[in-house]
Write a protein that binds this ligand. Structure first.
Ligand code: KG4
Ligand code: ZN
Length: 352
């Protein structure tokens, strides 16, 4: 069964074809990232406009790369939330229209849940993919870490999961992005911080760790503010000095030390919670997903610390893509009725 996935929840317009939930036939991603970079984050209006321009060419490219015409597509899966309202609408309305015009069943997909299903993609003929040898088996634990989400979820079965814990304030990727902005590094912050962290001292700053009610909950706003205060102190300014003026006053060494210290603190916070959850819930494996799962440091620390296998998607399937949407679409198609293409709506605040 070949499913066309469509994703447009943030700044990436993506389309992909996946067969039987695990064979990747194509994955196309058009990003409006460069248009947002000078603002230090995604500008919703710019994102929505660029989805309109890219969505049909991206779908066409995905079909072409998969070597298939519409006649071989069995269903369409599309992100319905969470995400930016304007961005979601472009993908969803396109998918609804195509579902009606091409007479294909339509499945609305939860973007966060789909990140986890990137781990079910185990096979492709496309060059340059480093895929899991086997799909995760249930029950497994998922650490979902992106620009919008930081969650620990226990998956007992395909549609049976329990949210164990989540961030009480900033998502970890969002904290990476904000710290990067303070020290003058480009968006997306996690990538920029990863580049310069190896030349810094990870023990340079001792960042605070919030005491949480649950061992599975996270907080990233404290360490993020501590970075701001430290940068003000390092440049001889007080707490009233605007964060936007700091980057120009920091030296390269100071920037690298801050980057390394924040990366260490964020990765250890995630690893501590994951380790605790693994020891209490005894899953078959830990699966990581979402943009921050691209972090090599996170992968390294988790594999060192855990006594169950760590599964992670190819880096290209960690950040937003449509292959994960198509993969989850397959499992949905096996378990549930298709959605109504005349009434399916977006849900910007959708949660797990
Ligand atoms: O999943 P994603 O592409 O979009 C959302 O759904 O949020 O995640 C984007 C986030 C950004 O905050 C970015 O800074 C972070 O993923 N990110 C990383 C790395 N690559 C991307 N964070 C840490 N280390 C990385 N290598
Ligand atoms: Zn995402």
């Amino acid at each position: 069964m070949k499913i066309l996935g469509i994703e447009s929840s943030a700044d990436e317009t993506a389309a992909a074809v996946v067969e039987d939930g695990h064979r990747l036939l194509s994955s196309e991603v058009a990003s409006s990232l460069d248009l947002h970079q000078k603002y230090g984050g995604i500008v919703p209006e710019i994102a929505a406009r660029s989805h309109i321009e890219s969505i049909l060419p991206t779908i066409e490219k995905a079909l072409e790369m998969a070597g298939t015409g519409w006649e071989n597509i069995d269903a369409i899966a599309v992100t319905r939330g969470p995400g930016l309202l304007g961005s979601l609408l472009i993908g969803l309305m396109t998918a609804r229209t195509l579902s009606i015009a091409k007479n294909k069943p339509l499945y609305g997909i939860n973007h966060v849940e789909a990140h986890v299903y990137a781990n079910f993609i185990t096979d492709t003929k496309l060059p340059g993919y480093d895929l899991n040898n086997e799909a995760p088996s249930f029950p497994f634990l998922a650490l979902i870490v992106s620009g919008g989400h930081t969650q620990l979820v226990l998956f007992r079965g395909p549609a049976d999961y329990e949210l164990l814990g989540q961030t009480v304030d900033d998502a970890v990727g969002e904290a990476f992005d904000k710290v990067a902005k303070v020290i003058g590094l480009p968006y997306p912050g996690g990538v920029s911080i990863e580049k310069i962290a190896p030349s810094g001292d990870p023990n340079f700053l001792e960042l605070p760790r919030a005491r949480m009610n649950s061992a599975y909950d996270f907080s990233f706003s404290g360490p993020k503010t501590a970075v701001l205060r430290a940068a003000q102190k390092m440049t001889g300014k007080d707490f009233t000095f605007p964060s936007t003026g700091l980057a120009a006053l920091l030296t390269d060494t100071q920037r690298a030390d801050i980057a390394a210290s924040f990366q260490k603190s964020a990765v250890e916070t995630l690893a501590d919670a994951a380790q605790e959850a693994v020891s209490r819930t005894k899953p078959t494996c830990l699966v990581i997903a979402g943009g921050v799962a691209a972090s090599r440091k996170l992968r390294e620390v988790l594999s060192e610390r855990l006594d169950v296998p760590l599964l992670s998607p190819d880096i290209k399937l960690c950040t937003d893509n449509a292959a994960m949407i198509a993969a989850l679409g397959y499992f949905k198609s096996q378990a549930a009725e298709a959605d109504d293409p005349y009434t399916l709506t977006v849900e910007p605040g959708l949660s797990m």
